[in-house]
Design a protein. Structure first.
Lengths: 306, 306
C-alpha cells in the first residue's frame, strides 16, 4: 500500500506521522510545501520540511509546535543583542540544520537532494520530498498590503485578513525529482489537514503536480483542517470564510476541485454539504490512538472508486 | 594623542587592547584585516574584526585564542550530525554575531557601517574599522597548491610552506570610510605584532592605505611578532624564514619597507640588525603589566622623528 501525502507544517506533519505509524513507513512519500521557505540572515530555512522532519524523528518541540525540543537560543540572543531582526525564531540546533542545508544548496545541490541527505542523517523512514526544487514563494494580498508568507504569518502574526494568495515562481516550477513517480506509483493520494491556501496551495501551484492529481487513477482523499468550522491552529478558518464564503466542508472541497474523491471531516462537521463523499471520524490528532483512528479512516478510502 | 593601529587577529587584538588601556580608548582607531574573511554556509565571518571586538570587550575565550568565552556548540554539533563541513568552528554565540552581520550586509550596508553597529552594541570604545569595505581575500601559494586563507590556516592547520601570498581584489579595494581620515589625524601609527604577510599584508595591499603610510608626517612604529626569532603563535616565523630568508628584526622591517620609522623588538632579539631604529622591551603580552610595558614602549616612539 503506497501512499503519497501532500503536507504543510504542523497539521501536515502530524498527519504524515499518523500515516507512517499505520503503514510500513517506507511505503509513505511526503510531498512538503516550500512556499513558506525563507532566507534568514543568509540561511535557507524550509519551515514545513523541517517540521515534518522533526515531527517524524521525534525531535519536534510538541508544545511549541515548531522547532526542536531541548533547544537552546544562544545565537538568537546574541543576534538580538546586536540589533538583528529576530522575529523569525531560530534555535541553536535548528540553526545547525539550516547551516548544513545552506552549505549544500550553495554548492549547487538541489533542495530535494539536500533534504534526502538531512532526512537520512536524522533517520527519517518515509520519503520526504519538497514539492519543487525551484524557487516558489507564497505572497499574501491583505488590506495592509502584500507580504511574503513569513512576514505575514510570523512577524505580523497573520493578523491581516487575506484577500488573495499568489505563488511567485509558479509558472516555472517543476515537480521535484521523485514526486511525479511517487504519485504515479501510489495506491492512495492523501491531502493532509493543512491550510488549503498557504500549505497545500503552493504544492498544487506546481502544474505538474496538479495535473498528476487531475489525471489520477487511484483515490485521492483530503482531510479537512476544520473541526466544527474552526481551524485547530492558524488562520485557515478566517481565510476560508473570507475567500470561499464559509467554513464548512464544501468550502474545503472547493479548494480541491477535481482533485479529490472524498473528504475526511470531523464529527462536529457531519451532515453539512461537502460536494464529495465524506468520511466522518474524529480528526484531532492529540494522541497515538487519535492518529491511528484518523489514519485508518483515510486508508479505508483506498477502497473507494477513483 | 591619537593613534591608529593596523591589526590582525590575536596578536593584533592583544596589542590593540594594550594601547586602549594606555591611552583614552576613544583616541584609538583600529584598522582590522579582512583578508581572512570567509563565507561559512552563507554567513559572512570576519575573524580578525571579531577577535578584536571580543578581546577588547572581554568576550574572547583567552585560552582558546578565538571565539567567545562561555560558548556553546549546539548548532555546530547538529551541522556535523548532518554531514556539514565543520572545520571552521562556529560557536552558538559567535553565530549570533555572524547572523547579525550577514543580515545587514545583505541589505546592502557596507562592512564598516555594520562593524560600527556591532561594536557599539558590544560597548567597544576604540573605533574599529575594516581596512576596506571591498572584497579582499588572501590566497596562499604552497607546494600543495593555492588555497584561500582559512582553508590553509584552519582546515590544513597551516602545515603547507608558503611560497607567495596574493590578495584577490587588491586592485579595486578602496580604504574603508574613516581609515584615511584617522591616518591623517593620527599622532602615531602603529603596526601590531601580527603576521606581516597574512595579517598586516592585506591591509597594506589597499593602495590608499599604503600610500597614506608612505606619506605619513607622524612616526610609524611596528612591533615585531617574533620573540627570539620565533612566532608567539602561528606561522609567521616559518613564512619569514622561507620568503624573507630569516627570522630576525631585519626580515620583519623588510616587510614594512618605507612604511615604519622604528621597530619594537623583544629583548631576546636585541643586537641584531633591523634596518630601522629599534626599541627593545619585552613584547609578550601575557598580563596587564606586560601589555602596559609594551604600549608605553610604543608610545615613547611618538617622540621619535618621522
Amino acid at each position: 500500500m503506497k501512499i503519497v501525502v501532500l503536507a504543510g507544517g504542523l497539521g501536515g506533519s502530524r498527519f504524515a506521522r499518523a500515516l507512517a505509524e499505520a503503514i510500513a513507513p517506507r511505503e509513505l512519500t511526503i510531498v512538503g510545501n516550500v512556499g513558506d521557505d525563507i532566507e534568514v540572515h543568509g540561511l535557507h530555512v524550509s519551515p514545513d520540511l523541517d517540521t515534518i522532519l522533526y515531527t517524524l524523528t521525534s525531535r519536534l518541540d510538541e508544545e511549541r509546535g515548531w522547532g526542536r525540543r531541548e533547544e537552546t537560543w544562544a545565537a538568537l540572543e546574541t543576534a538580538a543583542e546586536l540589533g538583528a531582526e529576530t522575529w523569525f525564531r531560530l534555535g541553536d540546533r535548528d540553526l545547525g540544520l539550516h547551516l548544513a542545508r545552506t552549505e549544500r544548496l550553495r554548492r549547487g545541490e538541489p533542495l530535494s537532494s539536500v533534504t534526502r541527505s538531512l532526512a537520512t542523517a536524522f533517520g527519517l523512514e518515509p520519503q520526504l520530498l519538497p514539492a519543487t526544487d525551484d524557487r516558489l514563494r507564497t505572497w499574501l494580498t491583505t488590506p495592509a498590503g502584500e507580504f511574503p508568507f513569513q512576514e505575514w504569518f510570523v512577524a505580523r502574526r497573520h493578523r491581516d485578513e487575506v484577500d488573495a494568495v499568489r505563488f511567485e515562481g509558479e509558472d516555472e516550477a517543476r515537480a521535484a525529482p521523485g514526486v511525479l513517480q511517487a504519485l504515479e506509483e501510489a495506491d492512495l493520494i492523501a491531502i493532509a489537514p493543512s491550510n488549503p491556501y498557504v500549505s497545500i496551495g503552493p504544492i498544487l501551484a506546481v502544474a505538474e503536480i496538479r495535473s498528476a492529481l487531475e489525471q489520477r487513477r487511484v483515490p485521492a482523499v483530503a482531510v479537512s483542517p476544520l473541526i466544527g468550522g474552526k481551524a485547530v491552529r492558524g488562520p485557515a478558518d478566517r481565510m476560508l470564510a473570507r475567500m470561499a464564503g464559509g467554513t464548512g466542508p464544501a468550502q474545503v472541497t472547493g479548494c480541491y476541485k477535481g482533485l479529490i474523491d472524498a473528504l475526511v471531516i470531523d464529527e462536529a462537521d457531519a451532515g453539512q454539504p461537502a460536494g464529495v463523499p465524506t468520511i466522518v471520524t474524529r480528526t484531532l490528532m492529540n494522541d497515538a490512538e487519535a492518529r491511528s483512528r484518523l489514519a485508518n479512516a483515510v486508508l479505508d478510502a483506498a477502497g473507494a472508486p477513483a
